[in-house]
Design a protein around this ligand. Structure first.
Ligand SMILES: *[C@@H]1O[C@H](CO)[C@@H](O)[C@H](O)[C@H]1NC(C)=O
Ligand SMILES: *[C@@H]1O[C@H](CO)[C@@H](O)[C@H](O)[C@H]1NC(C)=O
Ligand SMILES: *[C@@H]1O[C@H](CO)[C@@H](O)[C@H](O)[C@H]1NC(C)=O
Ligand SMILES: *[C@@H]1O[C@H](CO)[C@@H](O)[C@H](O)[C@H]1NC(C)=O
Ligand SMILES: *[C@@H]1O[C@H](CO)[C@@H](O)[C@H](O)[C@H]1NC(C)=O
Ligand SMILES: *[C@@H]1O[C@H](CO)[C@@H](O)[C@H](O)[C@H]1NC(C)=O
Ligand SMILES: *[C@@H]1O[C@H](CO)[C@@H](O)[C@H](O)[C@H]1NC(C)=O
Ligand SMILES: *[C@@H]1O[C@H](CO)[C@@H](O)[C@H](O)[C@H]1NC(C)=O
Ligand SMILES: *[C@@H]1O[C@H](CO)[C@@H](O)[C@H](O)[C@H]1NC(C)=O
Length: 329
């Protein structure tokens, strides 16, 4: 059995910290009640402080498992749209001496000093970082590092929900109405905003007389209705969802076709002309062919007559013989 207090923190051995935590745990047994019974961490002073301040927030737990054989860092994408208490756990299964493994946590490139716990059972090393996300600055990437012979990394990427517009352009015609729709899965944005882009500038929708933002049936969708489309209404439209922890947007391309409408009568005339010309050409070809056919027929007859007069029967037998040859083989 390996003694846990021998574990090293980010700056060499920190038995002091761990015994301090154990003491805290012993002194306040009531804290363990809120914890996960399966967790290798019995109690956390950070958690207590956090829970007191943000006890109305939900607790979200995520974990990553690493082994000494892991060749690639392990990543987890986490979607979060409201302030939450976060509990991140990384575990490393290794055959090496756990005391020689250094543990570090980073947010982006920034080292999180002593703001985490380390524990071990058997050949598994656990580390846990607990914190609260209440604003967009606290979103981003949180990574745990296990430094042994090779460095093992687990990364938790926190993002607001993705908004989905439309991949393909939406095609409409001048004078028609159209509805652009954006959605996000299982999310509850505070509100939605629509923008139309004029060149590289985003213009909020609302000034234009022919555009109305319609509330979706649910908070997870929004629609923009555009009536009496003009050619100038074509372009990019952006829908933006605002969350407590940031915003997310996507775009829809609108193509307004106009040339087909005035072209319609013209196209009809062109169609008729093409049909007439085709008929005329066909008639001409037909009569030409007839003339040609009757001409060659006469010539043929003459030649045939001459041939039958000259050598009767031989011409007809030759191809028949050739045909039977393959069958005989
Ligand atoms: C470490 O894990 C063991 C077993 O899971 C547990 O009994 C112990 O209380 C933990 N220590 C800390 C400081 O959480
Ligand atoms: C939770 O409590 C904090 C601090 O008391 C407060 O600012 C926040 O609005 C509360 N959030 C909710 C969802 O009630
Ligand atoms: C780790 O996460 C997985 C799912 O991703 C879950 O099944 C497992 O129970 C978690 N383990 C701990 C110790 O929280
Ligand atoms: C996480 O998101 C990034 C960027 O969107 C993506 O490249 C990566 O494949 C995602 N990872 C997982 C495990 O889904
Ligand atoms: C762990 O950190 C200590 C002190 O900073 C250092 O001496 C040791 O080489 C590190 N171990 C590894 C495996 O990087
Ligand atoms: C939007 O929310 C409703 C009701 O909660 C749900 O039925 C629907 O599936 C959700 N749509 C998306 C795209 O998440
Ligand atoms: C959305 O909410 C934010 C913050 O409450 C506010 O500044 C913005 O004007 C709102 N937008 C709309 C379109 O209501
Ligand atoms: C687009 O921008 C140009 C100049 O930058 C301006 O004249 C025009 O009115 C704008 N159109 C709309 C629809 O805002
Ligand atoms: C759309 O929703 C907003 C906020 O949820 C509300 O203030 C507004 O009255 C709604 N508009 C319509 C037309 O239902």
């Amino acid at each position: 059995m390996r003694a846990v207090p021998g574990l090293r923190g980010p700056r060499g051995p920190t038995p002091g910290l761990l015994s301090f935590l154990c003491l805290l745990a012993a002194a306040r047994p009531s804290l363990a009640d809120g914890g996960d019974p399966d967790s290798p961490f019995t109690s956390l002073p950070v958690q207590e402080e956090m829970m007191e301040k943000y006890n109305n927030l939900s607790m979200e737990s995520y974990n990553i498992s690493l082994t000494e054989q892991s060749s690639m860092p392990v990543e987890k994408n986490i979607t979060l749209d409201r302030p939450s208490n976060i509990q991140l756990t990384c575990q490393l299964t290794t055959s090496r001496d756990l005391n020689s493994v250094n543990v570090t946590w980073k947010k982006g490139d920034e080292i999180l000093e002593n703001n985490y716990l380390i524990n071990a059972t058997g050949n598994i090393l656990y580390t846990q970082h607990m914190f609260t996300i209440t604003n967009s600055k606290q979103m981003g990437s949180y990574s745990c590092f296990f430094q042994e012979e090779k460095e093992q990394r687990g990364t938790f990427n926190f993002r607001v929900p993705k908004v989905h517009g439309r991949n393909k352009p939406l095609i409409s015609y001048v004078g028609d109405s159209t509805v652009l729709t954006c959605k996000c899965e299982g999310c509850f944005p505070l509100n939605w905003t629509w923008y139309s882009s004029n060149g590289s500038v985003q213009v909020p929708v609302g000034i234009q007389k022919n555009m109305y933002v319609k509330n979706g049936t649910y908070a997870n969708e929004t629609s923009l209705k555009i009536t009496e489309l003009l050619e100038g209404d074509g372009g990019s439209y952006w829908c933006r969802a605002l969350f407590q922890l940031g915003e997310s947007e996507d775009h829809i391309e609108l193509v307004v076709l106009s040339f087909l409408v005035p072209l319609k009568p013209f196209l009809a005339i062109v169609g008729e002309v093409v049909l007439l010309v085709t008929i005329i050409l066909l008639c001409e070809k037909y009569t030409q062919k007839k003339q040609l056919d009757s001409g060659t027929e006469k010539e043929f007859e003459q030649i045939e007559q001459l041939k039958s007069d000259d050598s009767n029967g031989i011409e007809n037998n030759a191809p028949r013989l050739r045909k039977t040859e393959p069958a005989g083989q």
